[in-house]
Design a protein around this ligand. Structure first.
Ligand code: GLV
Length: 306
Protein backbone atom coordinates (compact mmCIF):
# COMPACT_ATOMS: atom_id res chain seq x y z
CA UNK A 1 0.00 0.00 0.00
CA UNK A 2 1.72 3.16 -1.21
CA UNK A 3 1.22 6.76 -0.08
CA UNK A 4 1.28 9.54 -2.68
CA UNK A 5 2.08 13.16 -1.94
CA UNK A 6 0.16 15.15 -4.55
CA UNK A 7 1.12 18.62 -3.46
CA UNK A 8 1.65 21.63 -5.71
CA UNK A 9 3.63 24.72 -4.84
CA UNK A 10 5.51 23.35 -1.82
CA UNK A 11 8.75 21.48 -1.34
CA UNK A 12 7.58 18.18 0.16
CA UNK A 13 10.97 16.73 1.03
CA UNK A 14 10.45 17.13 4.80
CA UNK A 15 7.18 15.23 4.59
CA UNK A 16 8.55 12.58 2.26
CA UNK A 17 11.63 11.85 4.35
CA UNK A 18 9.70 12.02 7.63
CA UNK A 19 7.16 9.48 6.36
CA UNK A 20 9.92 7.23 4.98
CA UNK A 21 11.61 7.20 8.38
CA UNK A 22 8.37 6.60 10.27
CA UNK A 23 7.06 3.95 7.89
CA UNK A 24 10.08 1.95 6.72
CA UNK A 25 9.29 -0.22 3.74
CA UNK A 26 6.23 1.80 2.73
CA UNK A 27 6.50 3.29 -0.74
CA UNK A 28 6.10 7.07 -0.78
CA UNK A 29 5.42 8.38 -4.28
CA UNK A 30 5.74 12.08 -4.98
CA UNK A 31 3.78 13.91 -7.69
CA UNK A 32 4.57 14.65 -10.54
CA UNK A 33 6.61 11.45 -10.74
CA UNK A 34 4.05 8.92 -9.55
CA UNK A 35 5.55 5.57 -10.48
CA UNK A 36 2.77 3.06 -9.80
CA UNK A 37 -0.78 4.44 -9.76
CA UNK A 38 -2.35 1.11 -8.85
CA UNK A 39 -0.28 0.85 -5.67
CA UNK A 40 -1.50 4.17 -4.25
CA UNK A 41 -4.11 3.78 -1.53
CA UNK A 42 -3.63 6.97 0.45
CA UNK A 43 -2.99 10.49 -0.83
CA UNK A 44 -1.90 13.65 0.95
CA UNK A 45 -3.12 16.44 -1.31
CA UNK A 46 -2.78 20.19 -1.77
CA UNK A 47 -3.80 21.90 -4.98
CA UNK A 48 -4.07 18.51 -6.65
CA UNK A 49 -4.39 18.71 -10.45
CA UNK A 50 -7.77 17.78 -11.95
CA UNK A 51 -8.14 14.31 -13.48
CA UNK A 52 -5.48 12.69 -11.37
CA UNK A 53 -7.14 11.29 -8.26
CA UNK A 54 -9.69 9.49 -10.43
CA UNK A 55 -6.83 7.61 -12.09
CA UNK A 56 -5.91 5.88 -8.84
CA UNK A 57 -7.93 2.64 -8.97
CA UNK A 58 -7.17 1.55 -5.40
CA UNK A 59 -7.41 4.89 -3.61
CA UNK A 60 -8.95 4.51 -0.13
CA UNK A 61 -8.63 7.96 1.46
CA UNK A 62 -7.33 11.49 0.93
CA UNK A 63 -5.94 13.85 3.55
CA UNK A 64 -5.55 17.55 2.92
CA UNK A 65 -2.13 19.00 3.71
CA UNK A 66 -3.88 21.83 5.53
CA UNK A 67 -6.92 22.61 7.63
CA UNK A 68 -8.98 23.53 4.56
CA UNK A 69 -10.39 20.95 2.18
CA UNK A 70 -12.11 23.24 -0.32
CA UNK A 71 -9.44 22.64 -2.98
CA UNK A 72 -10.00 18.89 -2.75
CA UNK A 73 -13.79 19.02 -2.57
CA UNK A 74 -13.84 21.28 -5.64
CA UNK A 75 -12.18 18.64 -7.83
CA UNK A 76 -14.66 17.54 -10.47
CA UNK A 77 -13.25 14.01 -10.51
CA UNK A 78 -13.02 13.54 -6.73
CA UNK A 79 -13.38 9.81 -6.01
CA UNK A 80 -15.91 8.66 -3.43
CA UNK A 81 -13.45 8.03 -0.58
CA UNK A 82 -13.15 9.70 2.85
CA UNK A 83 -11.46 13.10 2.83
CA UNK A 84 -9.86 14.32 6.04
CA UNK A 85 -8.10 17.48 7.09
CA UNK A 86 -5.20 18.35 9.33
CA UNK A 87 -5.99 19.35 12.89
CA UNK A 88 -2.79 20.36 14.55
CA UNK A 89 -1.69 22.49 17.48
CA UNK A 90 0.93 24.55 15.71
CA UNK A 91 -1.46 25.45 12.88
CA UNK A 92 -3.96 26.67 15.44
CA UNK A 93 -1.27 28.56 17.38
CA UNK A 94 -0.16 30.33 14.20
CA UNK A 95 -3.72 31.43 13.51
CA UNK A 96 -4.18 32.74 17.07
CA UNK A 97 -0.89 34.67 16.79
CA UNK A 98 -1.76 36.08 13.38
CA UNK A 99 -5.18 37.33 14.44
CA UNK A 100 -3.83 38.86 17.65
CA UNK A 101 -0.97 40.51 15.75
CA UNK A 102 -3.41 42.11 13.30
CA UNK A 103 -5.69 43.34 16.07
CA UNK A 104 -2.73 44.86 17.92
CA UNK A 105 -1.37 46.35 14.70
CA UNK A 106 -4.70 48.08 14.22
CA UNK A 107 -5.07 49.11 17.86
CA UNK A 108 -1.60 50.62 18.11
CA UNK A 109 -1.47 51.80 14.49
CA UNK A 110 1.87 50.20 13.69
CA UNK A 111 1.20 50.31 9.94
CA UNK A 112 0.76 54.07 10.19
CA UNK A 113 4.01 54.36 12.18
CA UNK A 114 5.80 52.43 9.41
CA UNK A 115 4.52 54.91 6.86
CA UNK A 116 5.57 57.78 9.13
CA UNK A 117 9.06 56.35 9.50
CA UNK A 118 9.48 56.33 5.72
CA UNK A 119 8.83 60.09 5.86
CA UNK A 120 11.12 60.76 8.88
CA UNK A 121 8.01 61.75 10.77
CA UNK A 122 7.78 61.70 14.59
CA UNK A 123 4.13 61.86 15.50
CA UNK A 124 2.24 60.16 18.32
CA UNK A 125 -1.07 58.51 17.52
CA UNK A 126 -3.95 57.72 19.83
CA UNK A 127 -4.48 53.94 20.14
CA UNK A 128 -7.76 52.72 18.65
CA UNK A 129 -10.04 50.88 21.09
CA UNK A 130 -11.05 47.33 20.26
CA UNK A 131 -13.17 45.78 22.96
CA UNK A 132 -15.72 43.59 21.23
CA UNK A 133 -14.73 40.97 18.73
CA UNK A 134 -17.03 38.85 16.54
CA UNK A 135 -15.56 35.58 15.32
CA UNK A 136 -17.40 34.10 12.37
CA UNK A 137 -16.70 30.39 12.35
CA UNK A 138 -15.92 28.88 15.74
CA UNK A 139 -14.98 25.36 14.69
CA UNK A 140 -11.67 23.78 15.67
CA UNK A 141 -9.42 26.74 14.90
CA UNK A 142 -11.96 29.55 15.35
CA UNK A 143 -12.76 28.29 18.83
CA UNK A 144 -9.09 28.52 19.86
CA UNK A 145 -8.83 32.01 18.40
CA UNK A 146 -11.96 32.93 20.37
CA UNK A 147 -10.52 31.45 23.58
CA UNK A 148 -7.22 33.23 23.06
CA UNK A 149 -8.89 36.61 22.64
CA UNK A 150 -11.36 35.91 25.46
CA UNK A 151 -8.50 35.11 27.84
CA UNK A 152 -6.96 38.47 26.94
CA UNK A 153 -10.10 40.29 28.01
CA UNK A 154 -11.77 40.95 24.66
CA UNK A 155 -15.57 40.59 24.64
CA UNK A 156 -15.93 37.71 22.24
CA UNK A 157 -19.02 36.60 20.34
CA UNK A 158 -18.76 33.48 18.23
CA UNK A 159 -21.07 33.10 15.26
CA UNK A 160 -21.58 29.78 13.53
CA UNK A 161 -23.90 27.68 11.46
CA UNK A 162 -25.03 25.46 14.31
CA UNK A 163 -25.38 26.01 18.08
CA UNK A 164 -22.22 25.75 20.16
CA UNK A 165 -23.23 25.01 23.73
CA UNK A 166 -20.85 25.10 26.68
CA UNK A 167 -18.54 27.82 25.42
CA UNK A 168 -17.28 30.40 27.90
CA UNK A 169 -17.70 33.22 25.38
CA UNK A 170 -21.11 34.11 24.03
CA UNK A 171 -22.24 32.24 20.93
CA UNK A 172 -24.98 32.80 18.40
CA UNK A 173 -25.83 30.88 15.28
CA UNK A 174 -27.71 31.08 12.01
CA UNK A 175 -27.86 33.69 9.30
CA UNK A 176 -30.53 35.71 11.18
CA UNK A 177 -28.03 36.37 13.99
CA UNK A 178 -25.28 37.63 11.71
CA UNK A 179 -26.28 41.28 11.28
CA UNK A 180 -26.58 41.97 14.99
CA UNK A 181 -23.34 40.14 15.81
CA UNK A 182 -21.46 42.19 13.27
CA UNK A 183 -23.12 45.47 14.23
CA UNK A 184 -21.95 45.09 17.84
CA UNK A 185 -18.32 44.36 17.10
CA UNK A 186 -15.25 46.60 16.92
CA UNK A 187 -13.54 43.82 15.02
CA UNK A 188 -15.06 41.12 12.81
CA UNK A 189 -12.89 38.11 12.06
CA UNK A 190 -13.85 35.44 9.54
CA UNK A 191 -12.49 31.92 9.76
CA UNK A 192 -15.28 30.53 7.62
CA UNK A 193 -14.55 27.75 5.14
CA UNK A 194 -15.37 28.01 1.44
CA UNK A 195 -18.86 26.58 0.99
CA UNK A 196 -21.95 27.45 -1.03
CA UNK A 197 -23.32 29.25 2.04
CA UNK A 198 -20.24 31.42 2.52
CA UNK A 199 -19.93 32.42 -1.16
CA UNK A 200 -20.05 36.24 -1.32
CA UNK A 201 -21.42 36.45 2.23
CA UNK A 202 -19.41 39.61 2.89
CA UNK A 203 -21.06 42.04 0.54
CA UNK A 204 -22.04 45.71 0.54
CA UNK A 205 -24.91 45.08 2.92
CA UNK A 206 -22.64 43.21 5.33
CA UNK A 207 -20.03 45.99 5.45
CA UNK A 208 -22.78 48.56 6.00
CA UNK A 209 -23.87 46.59 9.05
CA UNK A 210 -20.39 46.93 10.56
CA UNK A 211 -19.46 49.98 12.61
CA UNK A 212 -17.54 52.67 10.79
CA UNK A 213 -14.60 52.45 13.22
CA UNK A 214 -14.39 48.66 12.87
CA UNK A 215 -11.70 46.33 11.54
CA UNK A 216 -12.49 43.36 9.28
CA UNK A 217 -10.08 40.40 9.19
CA UNK A 218 -10.45 37.51 6.75
CA UNK A 219 -8.35 34.44 7.46
CA UNK A 220 -11.01 31.98 6.26
CA UNK A 221 -11.32 31.79 2.50
CA UNK A 222 -11.47 34.41 -0.23
CA UNK A 223 -14.74 33.13 -1.73
CA UNK A 224 -16.71 34.87 1.03
CA UNK A 225 -15.70 38.44 0.15
CA UNK A 226 -17.27 40.49 -2.64
CA UNK A 227 -13.98 42.24 -3.31
CA UNK A 228 -15.46 45.24 -5.10
CA UNK A 229 -17.81 45.84 -2.16
CA UNK A 230 -14.98 45.64 0.36
CA UNK A 231 -12.91 47.98 -1.79
CA UNK A 232 -15.73 50.54 -1.81
CA UNK A 233 -16.31 50.12 1.93
CA UNK A 234 -12.64 50.83 2.67
CA UNK A 235 -12.39 53.63 0.14
CA UNK A 236 -15.45 55.45 1.46
CA UNK A 237 -14.97 54.90 5.19
CA UNK A 238 -17.90 52.50 5.61
CA UNK A 239 -15.43 50.52 7.73
CA UNK A 240 -12.11 51.77 8.96
CA UNK A 241 -9.70 49.05 8.05
CA UNK A 242 -9.28 45.46 6.89
CA UNK A 243 -6.73 42.73 6.86
CA UNK A 244 -6.91 39.95 4.27
CA UNK A 245 -4.84 36.79 4.13
CA UNK A 246 -7.03 35.04 1.55
CA UNK A 247 -8.43 36.17 -1.80
CA UNK A 248 -10.68 35.05 -4.61
CA UNK A 249 -7.63 34.74 -6.84
CA UNK A 250 -4.28 33.82 -5.33
CA UNK A 251 -1.69 35.16 -5.81
CA UNK A 252 -3.56 38.48 -5.73
CA UNK A 253 -3.17 39.83 -9.30
CA UNK A 254 -0.67 42.66 -9.74
CA UNK A 255 -3.31 45.01 -11.10
CA UNK A 256 -5.81 44.38 -8.28
CA UNK A 257 -7.08 47.65 -6.75
CA UNK A 258 -6.61 46.24 -3.22
CA UNK A 259 -2.84 46.89 -3.45
CA UNK A 260 -3.39 50.63 -3.45
CA UNK A 261 -5.52 50.87 -0.31
CA UNK A 262 -3.65 52.34 2.67
CA UNK A 263 -6.22 50.99 5.15
CA UNK A 264 -5.89 47.39 3.98
CA UNK A 265 -3.23 44.97 5.22
CA UNK A 266 -2.49 42.21 2.70
CA UNK A 267 -0.63 39.00 3.49
CA UNK A 268 -0.07 36.15 1.01
CA UNK A 269 -2.11 33.33 2.63
CA UNK A 270 0.38 32.75 5.43
CA UNK A 271 -1.79 33.08 8.54
CA UNK A 272 -1.41 29.39 9.30
CA UNK A 273 0.90 27.27 7.19
CA UNK A 274 1.32 23.54 7.78
CA UNK A 275 4.84 22.71 8.92
CA UNK A 276 5.40 19.31 7.41
CA UNK A 277 7.41 17.84 10.29
CA UNK A 278 4.43 18.51 12.58
CA UNK A 279 1.97 16.40 10.63
CA UNK A 280 4.00 13.26 10.07
CA UNK A 281 2.56 11.46 13.11
CA UNK A 282 -0.97 12.36 12.01
CA UNK A 283 -0.40 10.99 8.50
CA UNK A 284 1.20 7.86 9.94
CA UNK A 285 -1.84 7.36 12.16
CA UNK A 286 -4.16 7.73 9.16
CA UNK A 287 -2.10 5.19 7.27
CA UNK A 288 -2.15 2.67 10.11
CA UNK A 289 -5.89 3.10 10.61
CA UNK A 290 -6.49 2.58 6.91
CA UNK A 291 -4.41 -0.58 6.99
CA UNK A 292 -6.37 -1.99 9.89
CA UNK A 293 -9.73 -0.92 8.45
CA UNK A 294 -10.50 1.70 11.12
CA UNK A 295 -12.27 5.00 10.50
CA UNK A 296 -9.87 7.92 10.01
CA UNK A 297 -9.84 11.01 12.23
CA UNK A 298 -11.09 14.41 11.10
CA UNK A 299 -13.12 13.22 8.14
CA UNK A 300 -15.02 16.12 6.61
CA UNK A 301 -18.69 16.18 5.76
CA UNK A 302 -18.76 16.62 1.99
CA UNK A 303 -22.25 18.10 2.02
CA UNK A 304 -21.30 20.76 4.53
CA UNK A 305 -17.94 21.32 2.89
CA UNK A 306 -15.90 21.23 6.12
C1 GLV B 1 -4.63 26.97 4.92
O1 GLV B 1 -5.25 27.74 4.32
C2 GLV B 1 -5.12 25.67 5.33
O2 GLV B 1 -6.22 25.29 4.87
O3 GLV B 1 -4.45 24.99 6.10
Amino acid sequence: MAIALIIQGRDVEALRSGLSDALPGVEIQVWPTLTDLAAIEFVVAWKSPENLLSQLPNLKAICSLGAGVDGILALADLPDVPVCRIVEEDLTRQMCDYVLAQILNFQYQFSAYCRQQHNNQWCEREPVAIKSVAILGVGQIGHQVAMDLYSRGYQVTGWSNSPKPDRVYSCVFGIEALAETVANADCVISLLPATKETDNLFNRNFFQQMQSHALFINVGRGNSVVEEDLYQALQHGVIQSACLDVFKTEPLPQEHPFWGLPNLVITPHIAAVTRQQNIISQIVEHYKKLQSGQTLNYIVDRDKGY
